[in-house]
Design a binder for this molecule. Structure first.
Ligand SMILES: [Zn+2]
Length: 361
């Protein structure tokens, strides 16, 4: 496998990479009955294989570029269940020399053996240990590069053309999301199921939320999701599985994914009447993997979560950006269409939205 860092984006050529089929097959055999039943054997095989390739790309990149500063251990190196149960994460990472990982490994193994069903949940104890030692729990999500993305980017499999590749990566960033699943419910059949409905559902389960409503309830529910979500870092990898090339589009920290600007989406699942629920952010909001070391900096999450974000209307001909998502001038724009910039500077840099809205600033 060859790894390149071009224009802050990690590219991989994995033509010569051999997936460990003994591992893939064990995972498939052992977890077969807990996969969604409507997925074909081929699809399960492909997804498992893709996941392993994506992990390998991330691992190789970190080994090459951060061999001195970041250490890592994969879940596969920790697990002691013969690949029987679903993995709750893909990697642990920490600053080299700054954590005693053996305690955490033991704690994770305890979690695995005390899991009765097929879904391993990390205990509060394990998560607390990780927090104390500044060890981050990492999840890698892989997606196949769809033909529609290539078409939109005018991309004709010319992977040796750096400009073309950059265009493709930008198209992916403009189109797709980084996401995680809601803690309390993963799918829903009802049409028009909204974030408000989800919040009220969570409220019905969690007594301490009883006195909250509207915007306050929404924030409390998001705070709770941050607390329940065990992964600290989400990494998004895109793979061209025929040509065996891949990109690491970027990574995002849990607190930034689940800040108060997060979107709630319902997505189609093939052959199912229920739709999957997600919390999502645009891939534009992810950071390059070359900056992963930033995850260890003590961030002031309170200020991250009370964001400096500004918002823009993609359909307007004016140059205004907005301080409030609820500004009157954004009322007619669908929530997922609103453009989010992390700061005023970022909006202005876009060249498109360069003036403060006089209504909401
Ligand atoms: Zn405004």
């Amino acid at each position: 496998m060859e790894i390149y860092l071009i224009n802050h984006m990690v590219y991989a050529n994995y033509e010569n990479y051999q997936v460990d089929y003994s591992v893939v097959n064990q995972i498939l055999d052992n977890t077969a009955e807990t996969w969604q039943p409507d997925r074909s054997v081929d699809e399960k095989d492909r997804n498992t294989k893709q996941g392993k390739i994506a992990e390998a790309i991330v691992e190789k990149f970190l080994n090459i570029y951060f061999s001195q500063s970041i250490s890592m251990k994969s879940y596969d190196e920790i697990r002691n269940d013969g690949y029987l149960k679903h993995a709750p994460f893909d990697f642990l990472i920490w600053k080299t020399g700054e954590a005693d990982i053996s305690q955490i490994v033991e704690a994770v193994r305890n979690d695995i053996s005390s899991t009765m069903d097929k879904y391993v949940h990390l205990s509060q104890h394990t998560r607390q240990l990780c927090k104390e030692m500044n060890v981050k729990i990492v999840e890698v999500k892989s997606t196949k590069i769809r033909d529609s993305l290539k078409k939109e980017a005018d991309f004709e499999d010319n992977y040796n053309n750096a400009d073309a590749v950059r265009r493709l990566a930008n198209t992916i960033k403009d189109t797709d999301d980084v996401f995680c699943y809601p803690y309390f419910k993963r799918s829903e059949a009802r049409k028009n199921y909204s974030f408000e409905d989800y919040c009220n559902y969570v409220k019905s389960l969690v007594p301490s939320l009883r006195s909250y409503e509207g915007e306050e309830l929404r924030k409390k529910v998001i705070d709770l999701e941050v607390e329940k979500q065990s992964s600290d870092v989400f990494i998004r990898v895109y793979l061209d599985t025929l040509i065996k090339k891949g990109f690491v589009i970027g990574w995002i920290q849990r607190e930034r994914l689940l800040d108060y600007d997060v979107l709630f989406k319902r997505m189609y699942q093939p052959n199912k009447s229920e739709k999957a629920l997600y919390f999502t952010k645009s891939l534009r909001e992810t950071d390059s993997l070359e900056n992963l070391i930033r995850v260890f900096e003590k961030a002031d999450f309170k200020s991250i979560r009370e964001t400096d974000s500004v918002y823009a209307n993609p359909y307007t001909i004016t140059k205004f950006y907005h301080k409030s998502r609820n500004c009157n001038f954004l009322k007619r724009v669908k929530e997922e269409d609103i453009i989010v910039y992390r700061s005023e500077e970022e909006a202005i840099e876009s060249g498109r939205y360069i003036q403060r809205c006089k209504n909401c600033f």
